[in-house]
Design a protein around this ligand. Structure first.
Ligand code: NAP
Length: 323
């Protein structure tokens, strides 16, 4: 394993929260390293158009990602491409961060901004047809379904927004929801209701994704009120039923909510001293770009204060008390 010089802070993930934390850490003159397994941008890269980031009435996801990364780099952000395998607290109170590429980094503080991974339906056919009609990213895969009828599963912001996006390729998009009311925000709902290519299929849960050699052919649905089964012919299915936070690199016990998201204090510090969490991994009411960058701002500034307090405490310990 290669050893790396200690940093002041290691930022795990380079989505909006990670890049914002890197920018603030740079401005705060901290030696910060950001580790990201893919391209900088996180969920922005899976989003076509962003219309709710204040100051930008409408901007492409990839374009905002680039602006965030450029801004962070302008303040000296060092971003490496690698996957973090573990974040371990050491006996001296610092952290050891180990990666898939066998690198080991050390720092007295870590900001975890690793986001989440899509929740799976867990029904027969989902794994079998993954990449052959089952997708979790409309921006990545929508264009493969020109002229096809598609199903979107879920009733939250992601499902409704992505259903609207998919209508630019699909002949028809069925939004299959397990209740008769959407969780999505009003503005997204109204846009979807006005889109003639979108049809809502209420009170239905998917019990099977079925198909053949060429991929997905139909869904087997079950009415959540009556239990009656039916089939829905589609060439593809996009699943947007929420996210599971990426926290598995933390082996130590930490305080979390029922969904497994980090509970933090007002500094964004988790129950593990020196470990901060920002963005989609953190327990909170909503998950927006604006809230992710807000969390990250607080976390980076709190890290600066935390490190000063640590240094002061170490200096006090090193100085013998006057008798
Ligand atoms: P979400 O808000 O948690 O919605 C998940 C949806 O999936 C809900 O409608 C839920 O149904 C349904 N669902 C959950 N488990 C299911 C299952 N096993 N089978 C069938 N349906 C299931 O998740 P999200 O839409 O991914 O959004 C996550 C966060 O990101 C939210 O805070 C959201 O506001 C934010 N976000 C915002 C935007 C935006 O502002 N433009 C875009 C995307 C995401 P029930 O309603 O019955 O629970």
């Amino acid at each position: 394993m290669a050893e790396r010089n200690p940093y002041d802070v290691i930022i795990v993930g380079a989505g909006p929260a990670g890049l914002c934390a890197a920018m603030y850490a740079g401005r705060g003159m901290l030696r910060a390293l950001t580790i990201e397994r893919g391209a900088p941008g996180g969920e922005l890269l899976n989003t076509d158009l962003i219309e709710d980031f204040i100051g930008f009435e409408s901007i492409r996801g990839w374009e905002l990602a680039q602006k965030f990364a450029d801004h962070a780099r302008k303040f000296g952000a060092e971003i490496v491409t690698d996957t973090v395998r573990s974040v371990r607290k050491q006996a001296d109170g610092t952290f050891e961060v180990a990666t898939e590429m066998d690198e080991v980094y050390h720092a007295p503080a870590v900001i975890l901004t690793a986001g989440g991974t899509p929740v799976k339906l867990g029904v027969p056919g989902e794994r079998e047809y993954a990449g052959r009609g089952v997708s979790y990213c409309a921006v990545c895969d929508g264009a493969f379904f020109k002229g096809a009828a598609l199903a979107v599963i879920g009733g939250g912001d992601a499902a409704v927004e992505e259903a609207d996006y998919l209508t630019r390729y699909a002949s028809k998009v069925f939004v299959v929801h397990r209740r008769d009311r959407l969780r999505a925000s009003r503005i997204l709902q109204e846009r979807a209701f006005a889109n003639a290519k979108i049809e809502f299929v209420w009170n239905q849960r998917v019990v099977e994704i079925a198909g053949g050699e060429a991929g997905v052919e139909h869904l087997v649905l079950e009415n959540t009120a009556t239990g009656a089964r039916s089939t829905l012919a589609v060439g593809g299915v996009f699943v947007f039923i929420g996210f599971k936070p990426n926290t598995k690199m933390i082996e130590e016990h930490f305080e979390h909510d029922a969904g497994g998201y980090f509970v933090t204090d007002e500094r964004m510090m988790t129950s593990i001293e020196g470990l901060f969490a920002a963005g989609d991994v953190r327990s909170q009411l909503t998950r927006q770009i604006t809230t992710a960058v807000g969390d990250a701002t607080t976390a980076a500034i709190a890290v600066e204060k935390y490190l000063s307090a640590r240094r002061e405490a170490a200096a006090r310990e090193a100085t013998p008390a006057a008798s």
